[in-house]
Design a protein around this ligand. Structure first.
Ligand code: SER
Length: 259
């Protein structure tokens, strides 16, 4: 399946669930002094997360992104890029955790037919509600739900202690497992291991706080959803590749360079 058809499938899936399809924002954001480049789909919706009524409560995008934090990893890992596209669905005070989780699972396992055995999830260590949804509603075995802390399962990472200010919240991530032969081979290896066996494909953020100057977390007027899935990672998985650079989006460029 090509990246173009994945993007189309994703936007069509959420359009059918009453999301407004919004164009990707500029890679250089106009009115956001907190970032140099657009690092995520949520950036163009910060006002909506803070309670501004834009006339719709559900949106989906394919956002062009650049993460300065990732640049050191580019060329060293199989899944970090200077530029990438993020597929995201958003709720501004409309649906919350359960729908976001159920729809993400439906998209991956039904629309894309990814076998559920290949998927693991992580939840914020204090977020029992999300743990229960994955375990009881979706039926994920407990050994495949891992609990992580502020660095991995709060977005932005470590926002509680380090900032930036603004909308934030606990998150839950979905990982694809390339199998025991693909990584370190250690008996205990799970999505918290950086050996490459597991790749994070989708981050579901439960955006419910506004982080302030004094590091306090003020509840937002509404509970929101911000999700982001890496198109290049998903395309590689759907094309049977463990390395994004071996998949369809990069191969024509690489072949042209070495020609
Ligand atoms: N904002 C979250 C992220 O970038 C989810 O889209 O991971």
């Amino acid at each position: 399946m090509t990246a173009d058809s994945l993007r189309e499938k994703f936007l069509g899936f959420f359009k059918a669930k009453k999301h407004k399809i919004v164009e990707s924002d500029s890679l250089v954001p106009k009115d956001d002094p907190t970032v140099l480049f657009t690092p995520a789909g949520m950036n163009q919706f910060k006002k909506e997360f803070m309670g501004f009524d834009c006339g719709f409560k559900r949106a989906a995008t394919a956002q062009r992104c650049l993460r300065t934090d990732d640049l050191d990893k580019v060329g060293k890992t199989s899944s970090h890029h200077t530029f990438f596209e993020m597929l995201g669905n958003f709720s501004f005070g409309d649906y919350f955790k359960e729908e976001a989780i159920v729809w993400a699972w439906e998209f991956l396992t039904k629309e894309l037919s990814i076998h559920q055995d290949k998927l693991w999830v992580s939840v914020y260590q204090e977020d029992e509600e999300t743990y229960k949804i994955w375990k009881d509603k979706i039926g994920i075995p407990e050994k495949k739900i891992i609990k992580l802390g502020d660095k991995d399962n709060f977005w932005p990472a470590e926002a509680k202690t380090k900032g930036p200010n603004g909308p934030c919240g606990p998150c839950s991530e979905i990982f694809y497992d390339f199998g025991p032969g693909a990584g370190c081979g250690e008996k205990i290896c799970d999505p918290s291991c950086s050996c490459g066996r597991f790749v994070e494909i989708w981050n579901l953020v439960f955006t419910q706080f506004n982080r302030k100057d004094d590091a306090s977390l003020e509840p937002l007027p509404n509970k929101n959803i911000d999700t982001g899935m890496g198109l290049e990672r998903l395309a590689a998985i759907m094309q049977g590749k463990q390395n994004n650079f071996e998949a369809e989006l990069f191969q024509p460029i690489i072949k042209e360079i070495i020609r």
